[in-house]
Design a protein around this ligand. Sequence first.
Ligand SMILES: C[S@@+](CC[C@H](N)C(=O)[O-])C[C@H]1O[C@@H](n2cnc3c(N)ncnc32)[C@H](O)[C@@H]1O
Length: 335
Amino acid sequence: MSATISLGMKKHHPVLLKKIISIISPQNGGTYVDCTFGQGGYSSKILTFPNTKVYGFDRDPKVSKKAFVLKKKYEKRFFFKNKKFSQINKNDLNNEAVDAFIFDLGLSSNQISDAKSGISFNSKGKLNMQMGINDFSANEVINYLEKKDLEKIFYHFGEEKFGRIIANKIEIERNKKKLLTEDLVKIIESVKKFKKGKHKATKIFQSIRMFVNKEVSELLFGLINSFKIVKPGGKIIVVTFHSIEDKIVKYFFKNFSENNKYSRYLPEIKNEKKLFILKNKKPIYPSLDEIKKYPSSRSAKLRYAEKNIDDDLFKDEFLEKFKYLTKVEDISKKL
Ligand SMILES: C[S@@+](CC[C@H](N)C(=O)[O-])C[C@H]1O[C@@H](n2cnc3c(N)ncnc32)[C@H](O)[C@@H]1O
């Protein structure tokens, strides 16, 4: 059965779905949390197995329509909340024992194609980039933040080499008129004239989107909370799409697992916590076949781990490690 869903929406391919099903083995039932419901590709598939229960969450209110259809079909086994995954608590899950938390951190095809969301560099008009439940938009970021702050955002969240020149040019241009999405694209293109490969605006757009949606703290607290809630022996599965997300997930699983050597250049740390058992030390990628059929899956990387013991002492160490990124998010307090 294909789990590709449509509902007046642009179809979204649920990346690495088969692999996820083989990791969670829902054949015997179980309770699962789909932290990034999207168009419900994962949830729909899991629910085809009898005796499963799915709690779906998404920050984007536009996905509620699809969630409503699933709710009608699986009234007693499917539950949905329009909520950010960093905020999921035991009450949302009726205090049930959870077998797996699943995060698919990409963008849904619908968000990319929705011109109003302004997430794609093909959009036109007012800058936005909000995924849902936001405090500010890309319009405020680009038109009001100081250029030194823009530079930090472009560098840390986009790893963009030309960040300083682009920030300078933004400052010059916005003094003439308020910048729209197409103006920002033009500025980036004018600076990165000779760049080949991915679209020139990819990194800058990623960095602004991450900032607007506070994606780093979402991920940090999403992981911390899912670890707290998932039952021992349960799994946390994360599909990432770029190196910043992957760095966080890799550190979380490797540093707090029995094989806690995060980097081969670092000495093994004597860490008695061993929160996780790592089943797969290396990330799992989509097959060439999947990538050929669905090119958007080409940057996907799946990592997962099994919870070993309950412990909450790791939280501060984890947050400290990525403070240099959450500090960049704090720039938003100026808005
Ligand atoms: C790639 S899509 C998920 C697709 C889904 N796996 C499917 O098969 O249809 C990612 C979704 O995660 C949602 N999302 C992103 N960050 C979130 C967060 N912090 N909390 C809740 N949902 C989030 C987005 O709104 C988007 O709908």
